[in-house]
Design a protein around this ligand. Structure first.
Ligand code: NAP
Length: 320
Protein backbone atom coordinates (compact mmCIF):
# COMPACT_ATOMS: atom_id res chain seq x y z
CA UNK A 1 0.00 0.00 0.00
CA UNK A 2 0.97 3.64 -0.33
CA UNK A 3 0.67 6.18 2.47
CA UNK A 4 1.74 9.67 3.40
CA UNK A 5 4.10 9.34 6.37
CA UNK A 6 5.12 12.07 8.81
CA UNK A 7 8.40 11.35 10.64
CA UNK A 8 8.69 14.79 12.30
CA UNK A 9 6.21 17.60 13.02
CA UNK A 10 6.68 20.67 10.83
CA UNK A 11 5.85 22.42 7.56
CA UNK A 12 3.75 20.73 4.83
CA UNK A 13 6.97 19.34 3.26
CA UNK A 14 7.32 16.81 6.12
CA UNK A 15 4.61 14.78 4.33
CA UNK A 16 5.98 12.27 1.82
CA UNK A 17 4.40 9.38 -0.04
CA UNK A 18 5.95 6.03 0.94
CA UNK A 19 5.40 2.38 0.06
CA UNK A 20 4.36 0.49 3.19
CA UNK A 21 3.43 -3.14 3.95
CA UNK A 22 -0.26 -3.95 3.31
CA UNK A 23 -2.47 -3.72 6.40
CA UNK A 24 -4.31 -6.75 7.85
CA UNK A 25 -7.62 -6.57 9.74
CA UNK A 26 -7.17 -7.87 13.27
CA UNK A 27 -9.89 -8.95 15.68
CA UNK A 28 -12.74 -6.42 15.68
CA UNK A 29 -11.12 -4.34 12.92
CA UNK A 30 -12.24 -3.41 9.40
CA UNK A 31 -9.83 -2.95 6.50
CA UNK A 32 -10.91 -0.34 3.96
CA UNK A 33 -9.46 0.24 0.48
CA UNK A 34 -9.53 4.02 0.26
CA UNK A 35 -10.66 5.84 -2.88
CA UNK A 36 -10.40 9.36 -1.41
CA UNK A 37 -9.22 11.21 1.69
CA UNK A 38 -10.63 14.53 2.90
CA UNK A 39 -8.29 17.35 3.94
CA UNK A 40 -9.30 19.30 7.05
CA UNK A 41 -7.64 22.29 8.74
CA UNK A 42 -7.13 20.12 11.84
CA UNK A 43 -4.84 17.86 9.77
CA UNK A 44 -2.50 20.83 9.34
CA UNK A 45 -2.45 21.60 13.09
CA UNK A 46 -1.64 17.94 13.85
CA UNK A 47 1.06 17.86 11.14
CA UNK A 48 2.62 21.01 12.58
CA UNK A 49 2.58 19.54 16.10
CA UNK A 50 0.53 22.45 17.48
CA UNK A 51 -2.71 20.54 18.19
CA UNK A 52 -3.65 19.30 21.67
CA UNK A 53 -3.65 15.74 20.36
CA UNK A 54 -0.15 14.68 19.20
CA UNK A 55 0.14 11.25 17.56
CA UNK A 56 3.24 9.13 18.05
CA UNK A 57 5.76 9.54 15.21
CA UNK A 58 5.83 8.37 12.48
CA UNK A 59 2.17 8.51 11.49
CA UNK A 60 -0.20 8.81 8.53
CA UNK A 61 -2.46 11.88 8.78
CA UNK A 62 -6.16 12.20 7.98
CA UNK A 63 -9.50 11.52 9.67
CA UNK A 64 -11.81 11.66 6.65
CA UNK A 65 -11.94 9.08 3.89
CA UNK A 66 -14.17 6.89 1.76
CA UNK A 67 -13.75 3.59 -0.06
CA UNK A 68 -14.79 -0.05 0.02
CA UNK A 69 -14.56 -2.65 2.76
CA UNK A 70 -11.71 -5.05 1.92
CA UNK A 71 -11.77 -7.31 4.99
CA UNK A 72 -13.81 -7.61 8.17
CA UNK A 73 -12.42 -8.98 11.43
CA UNK A 74 -14.86 -11.04 13.47
CA UNK A 75 -17.36 -9.30 15.77
CA UNK A 76 -17.98 -6.51 13.25
CA UNK A 77 -21.13 -7.49 11.43
CA UNK A 78 -22.61 -4.15 10.35
CA UNK A 79 -20.64 -3.99 7.05
CA UNK A 80 -19.51 -6.64 4.55
CA UNK A 81 -16.63 -6.94 2.11
CA UNK A 82 -17.32 -4.76 -0.93
CA UNK A 83 -19.61 -2.28 0.86
CA UNK A 84 -19.14 1.41 0.04
CA UNK A 85 -18.30 3.31 3.24
CA UNK A 86 -17.21 6.67 4.60
CA UNK A 87 -14.89 6.81 7.58
CA UNK A 88 -15.20 8.74 10.82
CA UNK A 89 -11.57 8.55 11.86
CA UNK A 90 -9.37 5.45 11.56
CA UNK A 91 -6.71 3.58 13.53
CA UNK A 92 -4.06 4.21 10.86
CA UNK A 93 -4.82 7.49 8.99
CA UNK A 94 -6.68 8.21 5.73
CA UNK A 95 -3.94 9.79 3.57
CA UNK A 96 -3.25 6.30 2.22
CA UNK A 97 -4.56 3.61 -0.12
CA UNK A 98 -5.69 1.46 2.85
CA UNK A 99 -6.88 2.14 6.40
CA UNK A 100 -7.68 0.01 9.42
CA UNK A 101 -10.73 1.05 11.42
CA UNK A 102 -12.67 0.06 14.47
CA UNK A 103 -16.31 -0.87 13.81
CA UNK A 104 -17.74 2.47 14.98
CA UNK A 105 -15.51 4.37 12.52
CA UNK A 106 -17.06 2.77 9.42
CA UNK A 107 -20.39 4.02 8.05
CA UNK A 108 -22.34 3.10 4.91
CA UNK A 109 -22.06 5.51 1.98
CA UNK A 110 -25.23 5.78 -0.14
CA UNK A 111 -24.84 4.87 -3.84
CA UNK A 112 -25.67 8.41 -4.97
CA UNK A 113 -22.67 9.89 -3.12
CA UNK A 114 -19.24 9.61 -4.79
CA UNK A 115 -16.16 8.49 -2.90
CA UNK A 116 -14.66 11.99 -3.21
CA UNK A 117 -17.83 13.38 -1.63
CA UNK A 118 -17.77 10.63 0.99
CA UNK A 119 -14.32 11.85 2.03
CA UNK A 120 -15.98 15.16 2.91
CA UNK A 121 -18.72 13.79 5.15
CA UNK A 122 -17.45 13.09 8.64
CA UNK A 123 -15.56 16.09 9.99
CA UNK A 124 -17.51 18.78 8.09
CA UNK A 125 -21.03 17.37 8.37
CA UNK A 126 -20.78 15.85 11.83
CA UNK A 127 -19.33 19.13 13.12
CA UNK A 128 -22.08 21.14 11.47
CA UNK A 129 -24.79 18.79 12.78
CA UNK A 130 -23.41 18.79 16.31
CA UNK A 131 -23.03 22.56 16.37
CA UNK A 132 -26.38 23.37 14.83
CA UNK A 133 -28.64 20.79 16.48
CA UNK A 134 -26.91 19.28 19.52
CA UNK A 135 -25.13 22.38 20.86
CA UNK A 136 -27.27 25.31 19.62
CA UNK A 137 -30.60 23.41 19.42
CA UNK A 138 -31.37 25.19 16.13
CA UNK A 139 -35.04 24.93 15.17
CA UNK A 140 -37.18 25.43 12.07
CA UNK A 141 -38.21 29.07 11.82
CA UNK A 142 -35.03 30.38 13.42
CA UNK A 143 -32.35 32.35 11.60
CA UNK A 144 -28.79 31.06 11.51
CA UNK A 145 -25.66 32.93 10.49
CA UNK A 146 -23.06 30.55 9.09
CA UNK A 147 -20.03 32.75 9.68
CA UNK A 148 -17.57 31.24 7.21
CA UNK A 149 -19.97 29.35 4.95
CA UNK A 150 -17.77 28.69 1.88
CA UNK A 151 -15.57 25.94 3.38
CA UNK A 152 -16.15 22.35 4.47
CA UNK A 153 -18.08 22.90 7.70
CA UNK A 154 -19.84 25.99 6.36
CA UNK A 155 -21.32 24.33 3.26
CA UNK A 156 -22.48 21.43 5.44
CA UNK A 157 -24.11 23.84 7.89
CA UNK A 158 -25.88 25.72 5.09
CA UNK A 159 -27.32 22.49 3.64
CA UNK A 160 -28.36 21.15 7.07
CA UNK A 161 -29.95 24.39 8.22
CA UNK A 162 -31.79 24.91 4.94
CA UNK A 163 -33.18 21.37 5.01
CA UNK A 164 -34.27 21.90 8.62
CA UNK A 165 -36.42 24.93 7.77
CA UNK A 166 -34.16 27.67 9.11
CA UNK A 167 -33.49 31.00 7.43
CA UNK A 168 -29.83 30.84 6.42
CA UNK A 169 -27.40 33.74 6.14
CA UNK A 170 -23.93 32.68 5.00
CA UNK A 171 -20.69 34.62 4.73
CA UNK A 172 -17.81 34.16 2.29
CA UNK A 173 -14.67 36.10 1.44
CA UNK A 174 -14.59 35.62 -2.33
CA UNK A 175 -17.14 36.08 -5.13
CA UNK A 176 -16.77 32.45 -6.13
CA UNK A 177 -17.30 31.31 -2.55
CA UNK A 178 -20.34 33.58 -2.18
CA UNK A 179 -21.90 32.13 -5.34
CA UNK A 180 -21.35 28.61 -3.98
CA UNK A 181 -22.93 29.45 -0.61
CA UNK A 182 -25.98 30.82 -2.43
CA UNK A 183 -26.22 27.75 -4.70
CA UNK A 184 -26.04 25.48 -1.66
CA UNK A 185 -29.14 27.01 -0.11
CA UNK A 186 -28.31 30.19 1.79
CA UNK A 187 -31.14 32.72 1.57
CA UNK A 188 -28.65 35.59 1.87
CA UNK A 189 -24.87 35.83 1.41
CA UNK A 190 -22.64 38.55 2.85
CA UNK A 191 -18.89 39.16 2.37
CA UNK A 192 -17.14 38.94 5.75
CA UNK A 193 -14.43 41.31 4.51
CA UNK A 194 -16.80 44.24 3.86
CA UNK A 195 -16.52 46.98 6.50
CA UNK A 196 -20.29 47.17 7.14
CA UNK A 197 -21.12 43.49 6.89
CA UNK A 198 -22.48 43.22 10.43
CA UNK A 199 -24.94 46.03 9.62
CA UNK A 200 -25.94 44.15 6.47
CA UNK A 201 -26.68 41.04 8.55
CA UNK A 202 -28.67 42.97 11.14
CA UNK A 203 -30.65 44.63 8.34
CA UNK A 204 -31.45 41.22 6.84
CA UNK A 205 -33.14 40.32 10.15
CA UNK A 206 -35.02 43.64 10.35
CA UNK A 207 -32.74 44.65 13.23
CA UNK A 208 -33.77 41.70 15.41
CA UNK A 209 -30.51 39.74 15.09
CA UNK A 210 -29.87 36.06 14.36
CA UNK A 211 -30.80 33.18 16.65
CA UNK A 212 -27.74 31.03 16.01
CA UNK A 213 -24.21 31.79 14.80
CA UNK A 214 -21.98 28.97 13.57
CA UNK A 215 -18.59 30.65 14.03
CA UNK A 216 -15.57 29.47 12.01
CA UNK A 217 -13.08 32.12 13.19
CA UNK A 218 -14.00 33.12 16.74
CA UNK A 219 -10.73 34.92 17.56
CA UNK A 220 -11.63 37.47 14.86
CA UNK A 221 -15.42 37.55 15.17
CA UNK A 222 -16.73 36.65 18.63
CA UNK A 223 -17.00 40.25 19.83
CA UNK A 224 -19.10 41.37 16.86
CA UNK A 225 -21.04 38.08 16.89
CA UNK A 226 -22.50 38.98 20.29
CA UNK A 227 -23.82 42.19 18.78
CA UNK A 228 -25.54 40.36 15.94
CA UNK A 229 -27.52 37.99 18.21
CA UNK A 230 -31.25 38.14 18.84
CA UNK A 231 -32.52 37.77 22.42
CA UNK A 232 -31.79 34.20 23.52
CA UNK A 233 -29.22 33.82 20.73
CA UNK A 234 -26.47 31.21 20.71
CA UNK A 235 -22.96 31.34 19.22
CA UNK A 236 -21.27 28.02 18.60
CA UNK A 237 -17.48 28.37 18.59
CA UNK A 238 -16.38 25.89 15.92
CA UNK A 239 -13.13 27.43 14.63
CA UNK A 240 -10.68 29.52 16.63
CA UNK A 241 -7.05 30.45 15.97
CA UNK A 242 -6.15 32.86 18.75
CA UNK A 243 -7.47 35.09 21.53
CA UNK A 244 -10.07 37.89 21.48
CA UNK A 245 -11.48 40.43 23.91
CA UNK A 246 -15.27 40.50 24.32
CA UNK A 247 -17.62 42.61 26.43
CA UNK A 248 -19.62 40.09 28.51
CA UNK A 249 -22.37 42.70 28.83
CA UNK A 250 -23.22 42.09 25.16
CA UNK A 251 -24.13 38.52 26.14
CA UNK A 252 -25.96 39.58 29.32
CA UNK A 253 -28.14 42.07 27.47
CA UNK A 254 -29.40 39.33 25.14
CA UNK A 255 -29.62 36.27 27.42
CA UNK A 256 -27.04 34.94 24.98
CA UNK A 257 -24.98 31.75 25.17
CA UNK A 258 -21.47 31.10 23.90
CA UNK A 259 -21.16 27.38 23.26
CA UNK A 260 -17.87 25.60 22.63
CA UNK A 261 -17.50 22.30 20.83
CA UNK A 262 -14.87 19.83 19.68
CA UNK A 263 -16.23 17.06 17.49
CA UNK A 264 -13.62 14.58 18.69
CA UNK A 265 -15.01 14.91 22.24
CA UNK A 266 -18.64 14.20 21.29
CA UNK A 267 -20.15 11.25 23.20
CA UNK A 268 -20.68 8.00 21.27
CA UNK A 269 -24.49 8.13 21.53
CA UNK A 270 -24.56 11.66 20.10
CA UNK A 271 -22.31 10.53 17.24
CA UNK A 272 -24.58 7.58 16.50
CA UNK A 273 -27.51 9.97 16.14
CA UNK A 274 -25.43 12.25 13.89
CA UNK A 275 -24.39 9.43 11.54
CA UNK A 276 -28.00 8.20 11.26
CA UNK A 277 -29.11 11.71 10.35
CA UNK A 278 -26.27 12.18 7.87
CA UNK A 279 -27.06 8.90 6.11
CA UNK A 280 -30.68 9.95 5.68
CA UNK A 281 -29.70 13.37 4.35
CA UNK A 282 -27.10 11.97 1.95
CA UNK A 283 -29.53 9.36 0.69
CA UNK A 284 -32.38 11.79 0.11
CA UNK A 285 -30.07 14.36 -1.48
CA UNK A 286 -30.56 17.23 0.95
CA UNK A 287 -26.89 16.75 1.91
CA UNK A 288 -24.54 16.89 -1.06
CA UNK A 289 -20.85 17.44 -0.21
CA UNK A 290 -19.09 19.89 -2.55
CA UNK A 291 -15.63 18.82 -3.72
CA UNK A 292 -13.85 21.97 -4.88
CA UNK A 293 -10.43 20.48 -5.56
CA UNK A 294 -9.06 16.97 -6.12
CA UNK A 295 -5.31 16.31 -5.86
CA UNK A 296 -3.25 13.13 -6.11
CA UNK A 297 -2.21 11.71 -2.73
CA UNK A 298 1.43 12.54 -3.55
CA UNK A 299 0.43 16.24 -3.43
CA UNK A 300 -0.66 16.17 0.21
CA UNK A 301 1.79 18.99 0.99
CA UNK A 302 0.11 21.27 -1.57
CA UNK A 303 -3.31 20.36 -0.12
CA UNK A 304 -2.21 21.59 3.31
CA UNK A 305 -1.09 24.92 1.86
CA UNK A 306 -4.36 25.24 -0.08
CA UNK A 307 -6.68 24.44 2.85
CA UNK A 308 -5.23 27.34 4.87
CA UNK A 309 -5.51 29.87 2.02
CA UNK A 310 -8.41 32.36 1.75
CA UNK A 311 -11.09 31.79 -0.87
CA UNK A 312 -12.46 28.47 0.41
CA UNK A 313 -14.65 26.48 -2.02
CA UNK A 314 -16.04 23.35 -0.39
CA UNK A 315 -13.67 20.44 0.23
CA UNK A 316 -10.16 19.55 -0.87
CA UNK A 317 -9.81 15.81 -1.46
CA UNK A 318 -6.74 13.59 -2.01
CA UNK A 319 -6.96 10.62 -4.40
CA UNK A 320 -4.64 7.64 -3.78
P1 NAP B 1 -12.24 25.61 5.55
O1 NAP B 1 -12.87 24.66 4.60
O2 NAP B 1 -10.82 25.99 5.37
O3 NAP B 1 -13.14 26.95 5.57
C1 NAP B 1 -12.77 28.07 6.35
C2 NAP B 1 -13.93 29.03 6.34
O4 NAP B 1 -13.64 30.16 7.18
C3 NAP B 1 -14.20 29.58 4.94
O5 NAP B 1 -15.60 29.67 4.73
C4 NAP B 1 -13.59 30.96 5.02
O6 NAP B 1 -14.14 31.87 4.09
C5 NAP B 1 -13.98 31.33 6.44
N1 NAP B 1 -13.35 32.56 6.91
C6 NAP B 1 -12.14 33.09 6.58
N2 NAP B 1 -11.99 34.30 7.16
C7 NAP B 1 -13.13 34.53 7.88
C8 NAP B 1 -13.59 35.60 8.68
N3 NAP B 1 -12.84 36.70 8.90
N4 NAP B 1 -14.81 35.49 9.24
C9 NAP B 1 -15.59 34.41 9.04
N5 NAP B 1 -15.20 33.36 8.29
C10 NAP B 1 -13.99 33.42 7.72
O7 NAP B 1 -12.36 25.04 7.04
P2 NAP B 1 -13.53 24.15 7.70
O8 NAP B 1 -13.21 22.73 7.52
O9 NAP B 1 -14.83 24.68 7.23
O10 NAP B 1 -13.30 24.50 9.25
C11 NAP B 1 -13.57 25.82 9.72
C12 NAP B 1 -12.89 26.02 11.06
O11 NAP B 1 -13.50 25.16 12.03
C13 NAP B 1 -11.40 25.66 11.08
O12 NAP B 1 -10.72 26.55 11.92
C14 NAP B 1 -11.37 24.26 11.64
O13 NAP B 1 -10.14 23.96 12.27
C15 NAP B 1 -12.52 24.33 12.63
N6 NAP B 1 -13.17 23.05 12.92
C16 NAP B 1 -13.45 22.79 14.22
C17 NAP B 1 -14.11 21.63 14.56
C18 NAP B 1 -14.49 21.38 15.98
O14 NAP B 1 -14.73 20.23 16.36
N7 NAP B 1 -14.58 22.42 16.82
C19 NAP B 1 -14.42 20.69 13.58
C20 NAP B 1 -14.13 21.01 12.25
C21 NAP B 1 -13.52 22.20 11.93
P3 NAP B 1 -13.32 32.47 2.83
O15 NAP B 1 -12.16 31.56 2.54
O16 NAP B 1 -14.35 32.50 1.74
O17 NAP B 1 -12.87 33.84 3.26
Amino acid sequence: MEAIRIHEFGEPGVMNLESCPDLQAGHGQILVDLQAAGVNPVDTYIRAGTYAMKPDLPFTPGMDGAGTVAAVGDDTAHVSVGDRVYLAGTLTGTYASQALCSANQVHPLPENVSYAQGAGVYVPYATAWRGLFQRASGRAGETVLVHGASGGVGIAAVQLARAAGMTVIGTAGSERGAALVSEQGAHHVVDHHEADYTDQILNLTGGRGVDVIMEMLANVNLDRDLNMLAFGGRVVVIGNRGVIEINPRDAMARDASILGMVLLLAPEEDLAAIHAGLYAGLENGTLNPVVGKELPLAEAAQSHVAVMEPGAYGKIVLLP
